[in-house]
Design a protein around this ligand. Structure first.
Ligand code: ATP
Length: 264
């Protein structure tokens, strides 16, 4: 008789705990010589949510990604992935991270499966687990029949799908996508945006997607608007639009970044 109330109470306690952010960036700054690329940037991402990082050219998006992935280091500020500080516990932090770079990064002369197996080995996935995971992911991205095909023979859209699958192989808690739809046709772009939202929802992954295309942002997303190295707006899409005084996201983005330099 007592069991049910006790369990309810413990569930409630768990629900009352503030969720630990998957990514926490605090007071992060970075400069290339005298060019300040990031200026006191702080942000938090939660699991299961897509956050669109919007910013014009030169806003600092790629620099932010380079710092989160550990390619660059900054003494000013801190980055934690799943509570692991990237400075003190680099391997543990990076083990939680999947990334799709802006530029194509597959080996063209290896097959799709070989590319994925090679990456799985680098991440230390046991052979059997890797094989199962590769088969499941290829099915998810609709490329099972291309497993043995050399990447060189795939279209740009198919290659990008493989890169998304590769980023998910090790079940990351955080997925970074740096302008993932660059150079893709409309149907692949649509697939990509839908797929990204599905994996956030279904697998509970926190996703940070850099873009300058407002039509890739969905109403349920969170937004971070970066301009000249500073976050100039953040929050749910609707709220950012309202606060900006714009009629839609396109107008909000123009208003929020109006003080920036002309896009190059
Ligand atoms: P884009 O959308 O064009 O990729 P971005 O938002 O990713 O732009 P960053 O590439 O991070 O912006 O650049 C931020 C600032 O830092 C810009 O002023 C840029 O000119 C400068 N910058 C970037 N890389 C370097 C570099 N290697 N050396 C000097 N300055 C740089």
């Amino acid at each position: 008789m007592d069991a049910a109330p006790t369990q309810d109470a413990s569930n409630r306690d768990a629900a009352d705990q503030p969720a630990v952010p998957v990514l926490r960036v605090t007071g992060l700054s970075y400069a290339y010589g005298k060019t300040k690329a990031l200026d006191d940037v702080s942000l938090e991402l939660s699991s299961g949510r897509v956050t669109a990082l919007l910013g014009p050219n030169g806003a600092g998006k790629t620099t932010l990604f380079s710092l989160i992935t550990g390619l660059f280091d900054s003494r000013q500020g801190a980055i934690e992935i799943a509570s692991h500080a990237i400075r003190r516990a680099r391997s543990k932090a990076l083990a939680q991270l999947g990334i799709v770079f802006q530029a194509q990064t597959l080996d063209l002369d290896l097959s799709v499966e070989q590319n994925l197996r090679y990456f799985a080995a680098l991440r230390g996935l046991p052979g059997g687990t890797a094989q199962q995971r590769i088969a499941a992911l290829l099915e998810e991205i609709g490329l099972t029949e291309k497993a043995k095909a050399k990447v060189r023979t795939l279209s740009g859209g198919q290659r990008r799908r493989v890169e998304v699958a590769r980023a998910l192989l090790d079940r990351p808690a955080l997925l970074l996508l740096d302008e993932p739809s660059t150079g893709l046709d409309i149907s692949t772009r649509r697939w990509l945006v839908e797929h990204i939202h599905r994996i956030a929802r279904e697998d509970g992954i926190a996703i940070l997607m850099a873009t300058h295309l407002v039509d890739e942002v969905m109403p349920e997303d969170d937004l971070l608007v970066l301009n000249k190295g500073r976050i100039v707006a953040r929050g749910p899409v609707e709220q950012v639009i309202r606060h900006s005084g714009g009629a839609d996201l396109d107008e909000a983005f123009t208003r929020l970044t109006a003080k920036g330099e002309a896009p190059s």
